[in-house]
Ligand binder design. Structure first.
Ligand SMILES: Nc1ncnc2c1ncn2[C@@H]1O[C@H](COP(=O)(O)OP(=O)(O)OP(=O)(O)O)[C@@H](O)[C@H]1O
Ligand SMILES: [Mg+2]
Length: 496
């Protein structure tokens, strides 16, 4: 979540920076335009002033004693002696006037008295209070003058006029000194040579307040846009987060319901197992009576069939199997009462042999091959032969049932540290991971009711546990299933 928030904040900041960069570019372009405009304006003003001075010069150089006096911005006066001083300023009284000496040939000259405000009277219409100021630098003056002849405090512009710059930027202080708003300003600069009237300079200074205002508005817009975009992004992020939280809550609830359902299922199954345990104990108990009768009658038969070899063999088989049933049932009843199995020292190969013998006919019938590889080094184990044999039979029957006709089942005996492992492998259907995890649960079966009860592995697991062993069910490579019974070997047991 923190990463997502950071990414969103980053996106907002990046967008803001991009917009700001664009605004800055626009603003620079606007300033550039403003400077260019002032430069053009100053050139136009300069051309106007130069034309008027040229007119005055021509009038002053006319032949004859009576010179037509324009009366609008200059006055011509005859001089007795040419002074050769050029331009002079006289501010003694009234509006600012400038006196220039214009040669008329033959060593004679006339004075032309120019009124600065009158000279600039037409061009000064470009001035706008608080926006545009016109400044003029007539020859012989130390500083720039305003149109009404006051000295303007613009050191920066004075200096720039010494160079060939067409425009310059003025800071707030200089703009304020010229009576402009406290914003940046731009001055367009022009210079011209008016011959007898000397070198003149013109500066048109315009405030960038409009651009500045526009800029601050756009900055405000930018801030507002960024803030609202940020708010929107975070709102969407928050809504998304809420939705995810709700989904997570819902998933948690579902998981809880599922857990509850599984617990309920287990409880029901545990009850059933407990009930079935009691029931099985009862059945085992009930079996012992008819089994006793079967054994008794078989013994009578055996003594009567002394001379009939086949008859004796058959009765012996009945007695053997009855004995086996009795052994298994006793073993179960013992385990059900919580007792330890009655153990004997045994070669695991004997166990494998007797178990495979017991199921041989089932494999033949199913067309599945069964081979046992007892291995070379086999430490003995301590076990209840009947019970462990029964456990192995369950594994072999499962393997056989999982195989198609033509399938293969092998039993291997191996050793892992101080344990003996009896491994049953088949190349049958294989087992899904979740089925393997549940296979030892009582009544878990994937078979139809007439094929299986789901008790085989549950009983096998109990028997193996009673021998301090473990049962492992896993997929066999490349196909089929591998089930391992691992029990302590005698060496380990005797050492303990
Ligand atoms: N070798 C195997 N290959 C594939 N699946 C197996 C194998 N052994 C056990 N299983 C799976 O485990 C389930 C439980 O086996 P278990 O022996 O406990 O019960 P069952 O064989 O179904 O019935 P029964 O009580 O008759 O043994 C089986 O239904 C089957 O799905
Ligand atoms: Mg089974």
């Amino acid at each position: 979540m923190v990463l997502v928030a950071l990414a969103m904040a980053g996106a907002v900041v990046a967008t803001g920076a991009l917009v700001r960069w664009d605004e800055k570019r626009e603003e620079d372009a606007a300033f550039e335009d403003l400077a260019l405009e002032q430069s053009r304006l100053s050139r136009a003003v300069a051309a106007g002033v130069q034309a008027r001075l040229e007119y005055a010069r021509r009038v002053a150089s006319l032949e004859g004693d009576h010179v037509p006096s324009d009366g609008s911005f200059f006055e011509v006066r005859d001089r007795a002696e040419p002074s050769g001083e050029g331009a002079r300023r006289a501010t003694a009284s009234g509006p600012t006037t400038l006196t220039f000496e214009v040669a008329r040939g033959a060593g004679r000259s006339r004075d032309v008295v120019v009124s600065l405000p009158a000279l600039l009277d037409q061009v000064s219409t470009i001035e706008r209070p608080g926006e545009v100021v016109l400044l003029v630098h007539p020859p012989g003056e130390a500083r720039l003058l305003t149109v009404d002849g006051r000295e303007a405090a613009t050191t920066h512009v004075d200096e720039a006029l010494e160079t060939s710059a067409a425009s310059i930027r003025l800071d707030r202080a200089e703009a304020t000194a010229l009576g402009l708003p406290a914003r940046a300003a731009f001055a367009g600069l022009s210079r011209f040579d008016a011959g007898s009237f000397g070198h003149w300079s013109i500066a048109v200074v315009a405030s960038a307040s409009r651009e500045r205002t526009r800029e601050s508005r756009s900055r405000l817009r930018l801030v507002a846009t960024s803030v609202s975009a940020g708010a929107l992004v975070f709102l969407l992020g928050w809504l998304n987060l809420r939705r995810r939280e709700k989904e997570a809550d819902f998933a948690k609830e579902l998981a809880l319901v599922e857990l509850q359902r599984r617990l309920d299922e287990r409880l029901v199954r545990a009850n059933r197992v407990a009930m079935m345990g009691t029931f099985a104990t009862g059945v085992a108990h009930e079996i012992s009576t008819p089994l006793g009768v079967i054994v008794g009658k078989a013994e009578i038969l055996e003594s009567k069939l002394k001379d009939d070899e086949r008859g004796v063999k058959a009765t012996r088989a009945i007695l053997e199997q009855a004995d086996r049933i009795r052994g298994v049932v006793r073993g179960f009843l013992n385990l059900a009462r919580g007792g330890d199995p009655v153990k004997e020292r045994l070669d695991p190969a004997d166990l494998v042999r007797s178990a495979t013998n017991l199921v041989q006919h089932r494999f033949e019938k199913a067309g599945v091959s069964l081979s046992a590889e007892p291995g070379e080094v086999r430490p003995p184990i301590f076990c209840d032969k009947r019970l462990l044999e029964h456990a192995l039979v369950n594994l072999l029957l499962n393997a056989c049932q999982a195989c198609e006709r033509g399938g293969h089942v092998t039993v291997e005996i191996g050793q892992a540290q101080d344990r003996v492992e009896i491994v049953v492998k088949d190349d049958g259907t294989g087992i899904a991971e979740e089925d393997a995890a549940r296979a030892i649960e009582p009544f878990f079966t994937t078979k139809s009711a007439d094929q299986g009860t789901g008790l085989g592995l549950a009983i096998t697991n109990e028997i193996v546990k009673a021998h301090r062993g473990a049962l492992r069910i896993e997929p066999n490579e490349p196909i089929g299933t591998k089930v391992t019974i691992s029990v302590p070997s005698v060496v380990e047991r005797s050492e303990k």
